[in-house]
Design a protein around this ligand. Structure first.
Ligand code: FAD
Length: 188
């Protein structure tokens, strides 16, 4: 998020379990699947949850069977949500939220920044795997074999989408393994 206070111990970019947030005032940053899962699970386990969402609604990519639940929790007021908003600063006991009406400061114990993840491009660069010139910097690979521009080096899974980290997931990338093994067997 690159905001003051993001390095405080109360700010978590990884989520493990809800129970440590029981009775705590938490802010969940994000609007996609992880943020929604975290907001709902911590709320159900007794946290006071506020969501900070950059857009004007929950992300379209949120699983269709989960969306009605989070929208109903927000509409009924069980989970508070700031839309078209972002975190401006974080301090030990409070947080500043930048909204269309200005900065709002609320009491806060924890910040769960479910702000997504990026490919480890340094690792790909170190191997010599080139990146596409497209806006997602898609790592260069043959979609028929999954082999990269580096002979004998293959890609599989989420990394194949570059910055488009929701393009490939478990359900639609299993075939990568078949493509790789059949190409390796072919090459002998
Ligand atoms: C909360 C959550 C819920 C999800 N739910 C679903 C779902 O319901 N259905 C679905 O299809 N997908 C779901 N996904 C997405 C799914 O988890 C990912 O798409 C999938 O894990 C991608 O698999 P992968 O093997 O490409 O990458 P990963 O699972 O990320 O595995 C990459 C591995 O590489 C290791 N690694 C990284 N760098 C190095 C290095 N330099 N050296 C050695 N090892 C390294 C990492 O430690 C990791 O173990 C979910 C994801 C999250 C976070």
């Amino acid at each position: 998020m690159h905001v003051p206070g993001e390095d405080l111990p109360k700010v978590h970019h990884y989520y493990r379990e809800p129970h440590i947030y029981f009775g705590q005032k938490i802010v969940v940053v994000g609007a996609a699947n992880s943020a929604v899962d975290v907001a709902m699970e911590t709320w159900r386990k007794g946290a006071e949850v506020t969501m900070v969402i950059r857009d004007e609604h929950i992300r379209e990519s949120v699983k269709y069977w989960i969306r009605p639940d989070i929208e109903n929790r927000i509409n009924e007021g069980s989970i508070k949500a700031y839309f078209n908003a972002s975190v401006a600063a974080i301090r030990e006991t409070e947080i500043d939220i930048s909204t269309s009406e200005g900065i709002e400061t609320i009491p806060n114990d924890f910040v769960l920044a479910m702000t997504g993840y990026l490919p480890d491009f340094d690792f790909l660069d170190a191997i010599g795997i080139a990146r596409g010139t497209d806006s997602f910097q898609t790592p260069v690979h043959d979609p028929e074999t999954m082999m990269t521009n580096v002979e004998g080096v293959y890609l599989a899974g989420v990394i194949c989408g570059g910055l488009k980290t929701n393009k490939w997931f478990i359900e639609n990338s299993r075939q990568h393994a078949d493509l790789i093994t059949s190409h390796m067997l072919q090459k002998g």
